[in-house]
Design a protein around this ligand. Sequence first.
Ligand SMILES: Cc1cc2nc3c(=O)[nH]c(=O)nc-3n(C[C@H](O)[C@H](O)[C@H](O)COP(=O)(O)OP(=O)(O)OC[C@H]3O[C@@H](n4cnc5c(N)ncnc54)[C@H](O)[C@@H]3O)c2cc1C
Length: 436
Amino acid sequence: MLKNQIYILGAGITGLAAGLASGLPVYEAAQTPGGICSSYYVRPKSQERLSIAPADDEAYHFELGGGHWIFGGDPVVLHFIRSLTPVKSYQRHSAVFFAGQNLYVPYPLQNHLGHLGPEIATRALDEMLTTPKGSPKTMADALRQDFGPTLTEHFFGPFHDLYTAGLWTRIAPQDGYKSPVNVSLALQGAFGQTPPVGYNATFVYPEVGLNTLAARMAEKCHINYNKQVVQIDVHRQVIHFADGATAPYDALISTLPLNKVTIMTGLEVSVPPDPYTSVLVLNIGAIRGPHCPTDHWLYNPDAQSGFHRVGFYSNVDVSFLPKSARTSNDRVSIYVERAYLGGEQPSEQEVKTYTQAVIEELQTWQFIDEIEVVDPTWIDVAYTWSWPGSSWRVRALKHLEECNIFQVGRYGRWIFQGIADSIKDGFVVGGAFKIS
Ligand SMILES: Cc1cc2nc3c(=O)[nH]c(=O)nc-3n(C[C@H](O)[C@H](O)[C@H](O)COP(=O)(O)OP(=O)(O)OC[C@H]3O[C@@H](n4cnc5c(N)ncnc54)[C@H](O)[C@@H]3O)c2cc1C
């Protein structure tokens, strides 16, 4: 029977929601709440990260994990977010950018085939209609089946190769809604305009930064910071922390990545773990180049330096720029994302070499001119995937549940979900454990 010693592990957005809904104490490795949903500030020509905007507002505003826009979500969750911090709403403005051809195709590409020229558009439409449908085993099979060889060769293949760090030919199909298939819209888009579609057509963002959302949630939680869990003894039911302290428990609500928790608990899952990818986020503040687009973000299938997405914080909102640049908009605040296979972290020197290559490439494209800030962050478990037919996730979750460890959130449950769904997840699990 469960007693009183129930803890939440991790004060990211999921753990905060669980802490708020349950009233239970939270253990967090970092000194601050929010996990990867955290903003920070850097003055031009400085390397120092500031956790709050300086009084004169002369700093670039970045996110630790690159642009974190709040998509979709349950209206109740959005109501909750609004009750803590005012938000602004935005209409997505994004495209695929083929640097080799200097060609922009609005997202989603399959609904804007007219931009690829009549020959490719006709062939792609024909293939979308005639490619036989079956039960694809891999992500590559699913994309080829939905879009046919022409679009796969042009965009979906090279993009997903970068985005999944080469895994796309070996992992199970996933998150199909990111590449929506609608043949009538594809047909319409081959000859004219189509309406915006997809999970991120509109989004909101807190007026004073994502930090405020996490900070306001944290004010209502009991958080023990600087408490990194290093081992969980499931037999004695004791948590071991990096500082040598221990805490007995009856049950745990864990938001930590599933693969790490199976290692910390020493639980044997009799099948190989599912793969994941890490992301290196480069935040850049620079003088705006003459060909800097106005998009919020671009999908990049052919960047020589290897990134798959470049986003423009300050195209979403000029408040991401130092105050003196907000009217002239002569600077730009950028995030660049590159995926790596889980477990293959680049060395410091490799990060430097890559950073230089990205800067040179963005300058060649004339997106940016002189650099004022460049600041990398490594997100170790960023995207979670599964091998075709794998039972690892289900088995691992079940073993942990049998030990009274309940995994929750994007990384805890090894699923793709954004901020709003993570909050909802935390509420549900937290509510189930509410202290009476
Ligand atoms: C590159 C990228 C871009 C994204 N963009 C968006 C977006 O635009 N919009 C959107 O809605 N979502 C986006 N997401 C998803 C979003 O970041 C997640 O849904 C959300 O942050 C998940 O929150 P979490 O609390 O579950 O995890 P996390 O934020 O990872 O929080 C986990 C917490 O646990 C702590 N922790 C870790 N290990 C230990 C330990 N051993 N002991 C104690 N504490 C520990 C960490 O410090 C952290 O605070 C993006 C994700 C990535 C990777």
